[in-house]
Write a protein that binds this ligand. Structure first.
Ligand SMILES: Nc1ncnc2c1ncn2[C@@H]1O[C@H](COP(=O)(O)OP(=O)(O)OP(=O)(O)O)[C@@H](O)[C@H]1O
Ligand SMILES: [Mg+2]
Length: 301
């Protein structure tokens, strides 16, 4: 079982006649809602590939919370470690006008308030891997502190995609999680900013800290993967990029699938690239995530 632990958000995409300025009014033409959150996207990716999955997170007692939970259930993700509390669920209000310009308001809601003591550890005791991604940390540091405690006290291995939000906290804050991770999954600009080094030197440094594997996402160039004995630069699959939202999360799903199936390092990177290349061919963070059957066809080709 692979368990995700990160923010849960409902993205609400409002198509509007104009993005109003101060003291102005605009009108909504349509509304679309998409469940999101980086770890949640990766976990759904793994569930579609047939992996048993669960999630540690928090939702509010509102309609958004019900939508987020129902979506996980539809995707066969175990929700028994998702805390339901008073307050608002995390959401992002995304306003898009006819020319494609955007204005975004993020509401962390209850996401940042997960105390370690309230996590249902029994529900995740069969986890082989716990995948951590960032919380916004605007309404408190409790969720971030709980992630550090999970990384240092739980038997399961840890994978960690910091995203820019955590990278901006700096190494001193992230050290505890990185040292206790089996797999670190940044993109190139994140690892270079975090370490103030070229990505290859940065990877070697992270490995010397005790992390087993680093997989650096390189956009259309593919990925760079390293462990203590090997390194590989793996080119991306050539595919028509329609929407790269969630490309990194999809990569993580493919990579982690390979890892728990005990594929070699190079094949894990290749699978990450493959799942990402499928995902970017469709609009939305999850629409293009491939299913088990497609993966089996790819693996046997
Ligand atoms: N134009 C592209 N063609 C083919 N594959 C791509 C392209 N862009 C991205 N990918 C694939 O998606 C993976 C992840 O993309 P990227 O490196 O942009 O990650 P990221 O910056 O973490 O993304 P995100 O913004 O989703 O967090 C890449 O490693 C690569 O495999
Ligand atoms: Mg990313």
């Amino acid at each position: 079982m692979i368990v995700g632990f990160g923010a849960l958000n409902l993205d609400k995409i409002y198509r509007v006649d104009k993005i109003p300025g101060k003291d102005e009014e605009g009108f909504v033409k349509s509304l679309e809602m998409h469940p999101g959150g980086s770890a949640a996207n990766t976990i759904v990716g793994l569930a579609r590939l047939g992996i048993q999955t669960g999630f540690i997170g928090k939702v509010g007692s509102d309609e958004e919370g019900r939508i987020l939970l129902a979506d996980f259930e539809r995707e066969s993700v175990d929700t028994s470690a998702i805390i339901k509390s008073d307050g608002r669920s995390g959401s992002a209000m995304i306003f898009v006008d006819d020319s494609g310009h955007r204005a975004i308001l993020v509401d962390p809601g209850v996401n940042d308030t997960i105390r370690f003591e309230e996590i249902n550890l029994d529900a995740v005791k069969n986890a082989r891997l716990i995948h951590l991604t960032s919380f916004i940390c605007k309404n408190g540091l409790e969720s971030f502190e709980s992630q550090k405690k999970i990384a240092t006290t739980i038997r399961a291995e840890i994978s960690f995609d910091p995203g820019m939000i955590y990278v901006e906290k700096g190494m001193k804050e992230l050290e505890t999680i990185i040292k206790n991770s089996a797999i670190f999954l940044p993109n190139r600009s994140e690892i270079e900013l975090l370490m103030d080094l070229d990505y290859k030197d940065a990877c070697r440094e992270i490995i010397s800290m005790g992390c087993k594997i680093v997989a650096v996402k390189m956009g259309e160039k593919g990925c760079y993967v390293v462990d203590s004995s090997e390194e590989h630069e793996i080119p991306a699959f050539s595919s028509k990029a329609v929407d790269t939202t969630g490309a990194g999360d999809a990569f993580n799903a493919g990579f982690l699938y390979g890892y728990i199936k005990e594929l070699n390092l190079k094949d894990c990177g290749k699978l990450g690239n493959w799942v990402a290349s499928k995902n970017i061919q469709k609009v939305g963070a999850r629409t293009g995530l491939p299913r088990k059957k497609e993966l089996e066809e790819f693996l046997s080709s």
